[in-house]
Design a protein around this ligand. Structure first.
Ligand SMILES: Cc1cc2nc3c(=O)[nH]c(=O)nc-3n(C[C@H](O)[C@H](O)[C@H](O)COP(=O)(O)OP(=O)(O)OC[C@H]3O[C@@H](n4cnc5c(N)ncnc54)[C@H](O)[C@@H]3O)c2cc1C
Ligand code: FES
Length: 296
């Protein structure tokens, strides 16, 4: 109820039309795909309850690459707030999936991602979304793209790769992981890309080193567009290459208002011309231009 009120007030004040809502979904599967990494598929058969009567559609039909959803076990005391997770895939019919990595507990209480990993097929999960006001660019005029993913950052890029694959574009994928136990989506990405480069920091599989070093050794100048998702260190290294190609990156910054734009917890500063301006990841992102990012 509180969330709906926040939405209503925010939409009313900003005049925004939100294609978003809350639904209790059924877990279709939830299994381990790597070291501390899980893939969860949920059914989205029911139309999401919505404030915007023009958009009461099934979640799996309206998500696009860059969108994220908020998830938490339904009817459980913990975690109090749902956790944001990028959409990994959709069948555009009745199901979507996410890929998540378990964050270690700092105290005796399990973390939200630990609790998600204990959920079983048939359990109910609360989903709010989709969130994201600025998504990855999908443009038929773009012919050759590079996708650079670090760790679970590969998850939303796989969704983007699928969309560009449908458009028959030249897709080059660079996927980096800490070690071979953390590799995800390898077979799928290899299948839908024209060039696939895998790197592990410890050298246990593929290129030995970080994924930006692997990318730097490629002929990176002739891409029309670069898309990246991964940790801040990866974006810092990518920015240092001083590439002129437009580069979009996905930013992870968690707030507390389910992406309604009210709490300002997901705020970050970016450059706009010579000015530093304040943006919210949930409504202005999560996709930003790398050139505008302040990454110190
Ligand atoms: C837009 C967006 C999209 C996201 N997409 C994904 C996704 O697809 N897959 C995925 O695995 N995660 C994703 N995340 C991150 C995910 O939301 C967090 O990992 C999750 O909220 C952690 O919750 P928790 O309760 O398990 O951990 P908490 O109890 O909140 O934290 C446990 C420990 O982990 C640290 N921690 C928490 N979050 C992060 C983080 N993001 N980076 C580094 N350390 C952290 C905390 O500081 C703490 O030490 C996304 C975040 C955002 C904002
Ligand atoms: S999550 Fe609250 S303002 Fe973005």
């Amino acid at each position: 109820m509180t969330i709906y009120c926040l939405w209503y007030i925010n939409n009313y004040m900003t005049g925004r039309k939100w294609k978003t809502g809350r639904e209790v979904c059924n877990i279709l599967s939830n299994y381990k795909i790597g070291e501390k990494i899980y893939q969860m598929k949920v059914e989205t058969n029911r139309k999401i309850s919505n404030l915007d009567e023009t958009a009461s559609e099934c979640l799996s039909k309206i998500v696009d690459p860059g969108n994220y959803i908020w998830v938490r076990p339904d009817n459980q005391p913990r975690p109090m707030l749902a956790r944001p997770m990028s959409v990994h895939s959709t069948n555009r019919k009745n199901a979507i999936s996410i890929i998540y990595k378990i964050k270690a507990a700092g105290s005796t209480n399990p973390t939200g991602t630990q609790l998600l990993s204990h959920m079983k097929t048939g359990d109910n999960i609360e989903i709010v979304g989709p969130s994201g006001g600025n998504l990855f660019t999908i443009d038929n005029n773009i012919n050759k793209i590079a996708l650079i993913g670090g760790g679970v950052g590969v998850s939303p890029l796989s969704f983007l790769a699928e969309e560009y694959h449908k458009l028959n574009k030249d897709i080059h994928i660079f996927a980096g992981f800490a070690n071979k136990k953390e590799i995800i989506c390898e077979r799928k990405l290899e299948k839908i890309s024209d060039y696939f480069n895998l790197a592990t920091t410890d050298g246990s599989k593929g290129y030995h080193g970080n994924i930006i070093d692997a990318f730097a050794e490629s002929t990176y100048d002739d891409f029309n567009m670069i898309f990246a998702c991964g940790p801040k260190k990866m974006y810092q290294a990518l920015k240092k290459l001083n590439i002129k190609t437009p580069t979009e990156v996905s930013v992870e910054k968690r707030g507390a208002c389910y992406g309604t734009g009210c709490c300002h917890g997901c705020g970050l500063s970016v450059k706009e011309g010579n000015k530093k301006v304040y943006k919210r990841v949930c409504t202005d992102g999560p996709i930003f231009n790398l050139k505008d990012m302040i990454l110190e």
